[in-house]
Ligand binder design. Structure first.
Ligand SMILES: [Fe+2]
Ligand SMILES: [Fe+2]
Length: 159
């Protein structure tokens, strides 16, 4: 079951809080998978990496298909921060695909090298969202509860 379905929304939840919680959850999943790779516990590592990969793919898709379009529509800003975030998502996807390959071939040194790079990219990306874009979304969007409900309901399948 996906983590974001586990908790019901507090009516005062901001987009910043809701989306930041998803970042933390993905961070934990990634760190845990990485630990198993470094111990070469491949069965567990592969399973945890697959779960992390699915969780982050869903988060990126929720942003690109629900949150960013809502922000772009409300502000008219289509070439601003969301365009940059979309580009960074593509960089993450490329690294995630390479990590999946490394997990598939049980190549721990390649996996750990790539995961280091992805961790740094994710931390920098998340900081921009948490310090800039999400607060801007909370400001710009009136119906944040409705947006959060849409994000939760989004399956992650490309539209
Ligand atoms: Fe993002
Ligand atoms: Fe995000």
């Amino acid at each position: 079951m996906l983590a974001s379905n586990q908790k019901r929304l507090d009516p005062m939840t901001t987009l910043l809080e809701f989306m930041t919680a998803a970042h933390r959850k993905c961070d934990e999943m990634f760190a845990s998978a990485e630990e198993d790779v470094s111990e070469k516990s491949w069965t567990l590592a592969s399973q945890k990496f697959a779960e992390f990969n699915a969780a982050i793919a869903r988060h990126l898709a929720q942003e690109e298909n629900v949150l960013f379009p809502a922000f772009e529509e409300a502000t008219g800003m289509t070439q601003g921060p969301t365009a940059m975030m979309r580009m960074e998502h593509e960089q993450m996807r490329s690294l995630l695909a390479q990590l999946a390959e490394a997990a598939g071939t049980q190549d721990a040194s390649r996996f750990l090298g790539l995961s280091e790079t992805l961790m740094v990219l994710i931390q920098q990306h998340n900081m921009k969202e948490e310090q800039m874009l999400y607060p801007m979304c909370d400001q710009a969007l009136a119906e944040t509860d409705a947006i959060i409900a849409k994000i939760e309901a989004f399956s992650g399948d490309p539209v």
